[in-house]
Design a protein around this ligand. Sequence first.
Ligand code: KG4
Ligand code: ZN
Length: 362
Amino acid sequence: MHKSFFILAIETSCDDTSIALVKCGGSLKTPKFQAVANLVSSQIAVHRPFGGVVPNLAKREHLKNLPIILKKISKSYKLKTISYVAVTVGPGLEPALWTGVNFAKELARKLKKPLIGVNHMEGHIYSNWLSVQKNKKSVSLKKSTHYALRTTRPIRFPAIALIVSGGHTILLKMSGIAKWEKLGETLDDATGEAFDKVAKMLGLPYPGGPEIQKIALRGNAEAVKFPRPMLNQKNYNFSFSGLKTSVLYYLRDHKDSFDKQNFKADVAASFQQAVVDVLTGKTFRAAREFGVKSVMLSGGVSANKPLRDAMEEKAKELGIDFFAPEFEFIADNAGMIAAAAYIGILSKKKKLPIEAQSELTV
Ligand code: KG4
Ligand code: ZN
């Protein structure tokens, strides 16, 4: 039996400032996480005029927001009762990472608690195990709407994990909760980055993923035959830069249609469908090849409904369990960082140095 304890985690790798308090317990086979607080302060409005994240502005906002969020949490919870402080050390934007690292160092020193450095990508993987504690004491800055898909079924191994975010696209084969092998990754743009760049071409604001999904609802996904890069190659790597260029050329060649009704929606829907086909095709080819019991999706792009739906359907067809994070744990948040810290403690993972490591990999 593992006694449960609290981890206070800090996440500042990109443009979300987040602090979470998570009750962690259970074994590596059945870890249990309850996020009693998972506060996220989004900087979208600050970066939007620049069409993307500006690292020094992100740093300024993190510096401003971290003490505010911590104060909010300490009003409801005694920070003295926590057992560990955890912080994202990478990958991410270097100035942004340092603000979290320095804040966490100071806090751990004040509270006299050990500090754990966490890999952000591992946080995304473990976001699939998190749930919100539903009692009146839980604090949240964001309203959370839950996807019906989420259940408390245990995640069985072996499993395939696809992490799709603004900076990464990684496919892993997991033989256990803390054991994996990288099967492939993107050779150029990350999936979220491709969504953001295509959105920009269509005149949509940053971040582009949710905007593309929204306008694609009115479009025809078969209107434009965009390429499905690397779908039929026998490796597990991805490439989205060619697809993005195809959209650019298509828009250039159809300038006169730009303001026609449904033109943008058709392009968005067709682009989105190409991405969904590639991600689903390659993930489930791996799932079949390695005979896995589960497929799990995570990272910011896992908010994409057509992607979740396509993966869920394919999993059903093949008799594989499918998992995607609860809404609150999809985008960058500190709850997932606490979960990764706990798994790191139980699996006696090699400690990461407490310093910003912008290029850290899984
Ligand atoms: O994981 P995340 O919050 O931050 C990083 O670690 O990068 O991912 C952010 C990315 C952005 O590129 C955003 O456009 C994309 O996730 N995203 C989406 C959707 N919601 C967010 N992409 C497609 N469809 C969505 N609904
Ligand atoms: Zn992320």
